[in-house]
Design a protein around this ligand. Structure first.
Ligand code: SF4
Length: 381
């Protein structure tokens, strides 16, 4: 155990607030809380879809509860082996311009800089990146940076993977330094679940803290797109990490999918929205889970997702209900704006084809549909 302070003393900058180092776990045999029978039953699942967690995150699980939501997030489930979905459900490969760089919307480039995360969410939509060698991720960021330099329409860079906070601090410093020299890049976003899996990555690294403060300012702002799925992930160290990032000049927001058995309960989702607002990372998007191979046990149909999302927002203040419920479809980011007895109403929030921007789609209500492609559009006369 480390020396993390459990009081609420205000953070002073660049302090080592978390000397704890976590131990990464890649084998179910290293999870003593699982019975030998459970391990035996799950080995085949972990062979197909990679397993990874750490001792800090396992410590959040209530092992007396077989349906514990934190357990569902990282411990494999036998139903993952059911034949369902596609490995690249929203055809991200079609947006890959060169290894490690996706460009789907004119103003935004994605740098996929690493093919590993602090843990592997069982419902991950990019699990293909952890399964085999692929050309979608590149640890050599220079070609991607050159692409961004030569595309002045790119004002946003989303650094993702995998989890970019798993990169060494030296690599992150270099990346931030290179991006700082590209004047048309105004926002740098880090998509990360590290504050849920290991908040000590931020709390314990003064050099990383210095880099964030140095490179986040009015000319080029750093955003952390955090990923808390359940209120219990927002531990005291996680809250301190959010507070620290904000004190360094970064902006924090939260985004997560609706995950069956984790947050597909309006009370749980409402608590998550409220807590995120209080902690300083208000909810930005709630995603309809992509129909990704292995994800059947974690997905909920669109109508049910909408019902949970809309019920969760009731009774919350405007500050806690700013999130949009969206589907990251191959053709764009599509907001689910309403459902009535007969229809589902959707609208392009971002569109791959600019002609689709803000286009409204009305579909026949289908309570069993998980994705746009399963819905039948209604011709409006
Ligand atoms: S943090 Fe994101 S990329 Fe990593 S395993 Fe979880 S969902 Fe996938």
């Amino acid at each position: 155990m480390g020396t993390y302070r459990d009081d609420l003393t205000p953070v002073s900058r660049y302090q080592n607030l978390g000397a704890r180092s976590v131990r990464y776990i890649r084998s179910l045999d290293a999870v003593p809380e699982l019975t030998p029978e459970e391990r035996e039953a799950l080995h085949g699942v972990a062979e197909r879809f990679a397993f990874r967690t750490n001792d800090y995150y396992l410590g959040l699980i209530d092992w007396d509860d077989p349906d514990d939501p934190i357990r569902r997030l990282v411990i494999p489930h036998p139903d993952e082996l059911r034949d369902w979905g596609a490995l690249d459900a929203s055809n991200e490969a079609s947006n890959t311009r060169l290894p490690g760089l996706q460009h789907k919307y004119a103003d935004t480039a994605l740098l996929l800089a690493i093919d590993a995360c602090g843990g592997y969410c069982r419902y991950c939509f990019r699990k293909r990146l952890f399964m085999h060698e692929n050309a979608e991720v590149s640890r050599d960021i220079e070609p991607g940076l050159e692409y961004i330099r030569s595309h002045p329409e790119i004002s946003n860079v989303l650094v993702t993977g995998g989890d970019p906070l798993l990169l060494s601090t030296a690599r992150l410093e270099r990346l931030l330094g290179e991006l700082a020299d590209i004047p048309h890049v105004r926002m740098i976003r880090f998509g990360t679940k590290m504050l849920a899996f290991n908040p000590y990555r931020v709390l314990g690294d003064e050099r990383l803290q210095q880099a964030i403060e140095r490179f986040s300012g009015p000319g080029q702002r750093i955003y952390f797109m955090l990923h808390f799925d359940h209120p219990r992930e927002i531990t005291h160290p996680a809250r301190e990490a959010v507070r620290l990032l904000r004190s360094l000049g970064a902006v924090c927001v939260n985004q997560c999918p609706i995950v069956a058995g984790v947050n597909d309960d309006p009370a749980v989702l409402a608590e998550l929205f409220q807590l995120c607002t209080n902690v300083g990372c208000p909810q930005y998007y709630v995603f309809q889970g992509r129909p990704t191979a292995g994800n059947e046990p974690y997905e909920v149909p669109i109508v049910r997702g909408w019902t949970v999302f809309s019920q969760a927002r009731r009774g919350l203040s405007g500050l806690s209900r700013r999130a949009r419920f969206v589907m990251s479809h191959a053709t764009g980011k599509i907001e689910i704006v309403g459902v009535d007895e007969e229809r589902i109403y959707l609208r392009y929030h971002r569109a791959k084809d600019p002609a689709d921007e803000d286009r409204v789609i009305v579909c026949r209500r289908d309570d069993d549909a998980y994705w746009l492609d399963q819905l039948e559009p209604v011709e409006l006369g």
